[in-house]
Design a protein around this ligand. Structure first.
Ligand code: AMP
Ligand code: GLY
Length: 422
């Protein structure tokens, strides 16, 4: 089979590695892929959001199956376009991808179907939002409606910060059209859990849980990033909580999307907060998480391609989806300055024997050499019988890899280890 994976980050590298385990796979094309992905797939310089270019490439090259991984092409309708040309895909169509594409949609969906989430108000007028804030409880959470590269959420500690956030999003239009509407929501507290799931719109099978580390600095300080490291499973996510989430969140969400005529097929990502009043949805994503995928897929024992195709075909109920009982850790090596300003173009040295543990994100090939080409550069991963061993192993591998201006957090998994000890 000839496969195509749309996207070019560490998540896509992890998906490609796993897909390659199926012996029926003859070739994988990555659009656009990246310098390190080129070790495992044929990279084609077509941007992930160039829907027409992607579809034309798929048709010309006789692609049998396509995985659309990032949010942008999904929200833009890449799956609809590919399927209209007869190419089966893993991923939701445009109508279903709105669950991530619009926070107003997802909040209204949860309210309508009684799915637990933070209380909220929607505003399309900055003046009204500012008036509302005067009596609103603080901290308050202010979210741009549309996609904003994971940066459209501002947690305002007091009224001045909240007013500033409204101005930045709605008046200065920091996130462009994504800021035409905003959601102002109640501030929740509790441990956060990421649960990715496979679904064909009828059956939903959660993958192993994970914990992201979103802030740039040690001790959860600094700016919010796309994610600086992950561990799986998440020790806060007990069997009892998992059962509760299935009943109160996962199944109700699938049913709600069906009732709205927006059947979701693909990977549905639940960003959860375990509050004193039970698990609540912080956000939905219409795709695999990055870097959650880099710890979840290495623990998947079943064949990824078969599961994905079962999601497309509506036969997930019959599918074998098994995870190992081991632990995985991933430490992101980033460019110093990420997520704000950083330099690119530095040569990366990865010892040959470590490549199996490395997922390549912001990298490029220049004159045959691998160089840095983004904020998050590499995800260095390890799997072991215990979480502490997986973390130790991942950090040992990090110290054997080098590039100028490399930056990483030193405390990935620390909270998880403490939670395990309780
Ligand atoms: P999101 O992009 O929606 O995942 O939000 C980014 C981060 O902001 C989340 O991972 C949470 O840490 C935080 N966050 C979002 N919504 C809330 C909320 N209602 N209460 C507390 N923290 C939140
Ligand atoms: N790591 C968070 C996300 O993929 O949205």
């Amino acid at each position: 089979m000839k496969l195509m994976v749309v996207g070019g980050g560490g998540r896509e590298h992890a998906i490609i590695r796993k897909l390659r385990e199926n012996s029926a796979v003859a070739e994988i094309y990555a659009l656009p892929g990246n310098g390190g992905i080129a070790r495992d797939a044929r990279c084609v310089p077509i941007a992930a959001d160039d829907i027409a270019g992607i579809a034309a490439f798929a048709v010309e090259n006789g692609i049998d199956y396509c995985v659309v991984a990032p949010d942008d092409p999904l929200v833009l309708g890449a799956v609809d376009c590919l399927e209209s040309k007869g190419i089966p895909c893993f991923g939701p169509n445009k109508d279903a991808a709105i669950i991530e594409g619009s926070k107003v949609f997802s909040k209204n969906l949860m309210k309508k179907y009684g799915i637990p989430t933070a209380a909220y108000e929607v505003f399309d007028d900055a003046g009204e939002a500012l008036t509302y804030l005067k009596d609103a409880p603080m901290p308050a959470v202010i979210k741009a409606d549309g996609l904003a590269l994971g940066k459209g959420v501002i947690i305002a500690q007091d009224l001045a910060e909240a007013e500033d956030a409204v101005k930045t999003i709605m008046q200065d239009r920091k996130f462009g059209k994504s800021g035409e509407r905003i959601v102002i929501e109640e501030y929740l507290t509790g441990p956060e859990v990421s649960v990715l799931s496979f679904t064909d719109g009828k059956t939903i099978i959660p993958m192993i849980s994970s914990m992201d580390h979103k802030r740039a600095g040690d001790g959860d300080t600094g700016l919010n990033t796309g994610g600086m490291g992950t561990v799986a499973p998440n020790p806060y996510y007990t069997k009892e909580i998992a059962a509760e989430c299935m009943e109160t969140i996962f199944l109700p969400t699938i049913r709600a999307m069906n009732a709205e005529g927006r059947t979701f097929k693909g990977c549905l990502y639940f960003g959860l907060m375990l509050t004193e009043n039970g698990p609540k949805v912080i956000e939905y994503n219409c795709r695999f998480g990055d870097p959650e995928t880099q710890v979840v897929l290495p623990l998947l024992e079943s064949d990824l391609l078969s599961i994905m195709m079962a999601c497309t075909e509506g036969t997930l109920e019959k599918c074998d989806v098994r995870f190992s009982d081991k632990y995985a850790a991933c430490v992101i090596m980033a460019s110093e300055g990420y997520p704000a300003k950083y330099e690119k173009g530095y040569e990366i040295t990865v010892p040959q024997q470590l490549w199996d543990n490395v997922f390549s994100a912001g990298t490029a090939l220049k004159d045959g050499k691998l160089v840095t080409n983004g904020g998050r550069v590499l995800g260095v991963c390890a799997v072991s019988d215990t979480l502490s061993e997986a973390l130790k192993d991942a950090y040992e591998k990090v110290s054997a890899i080098s590039f100028q201006n490399a930056y990483y957090r030193h405390d990935i998994g620390r909270k998880a280890l403490q939670a395990e000890g309780k």
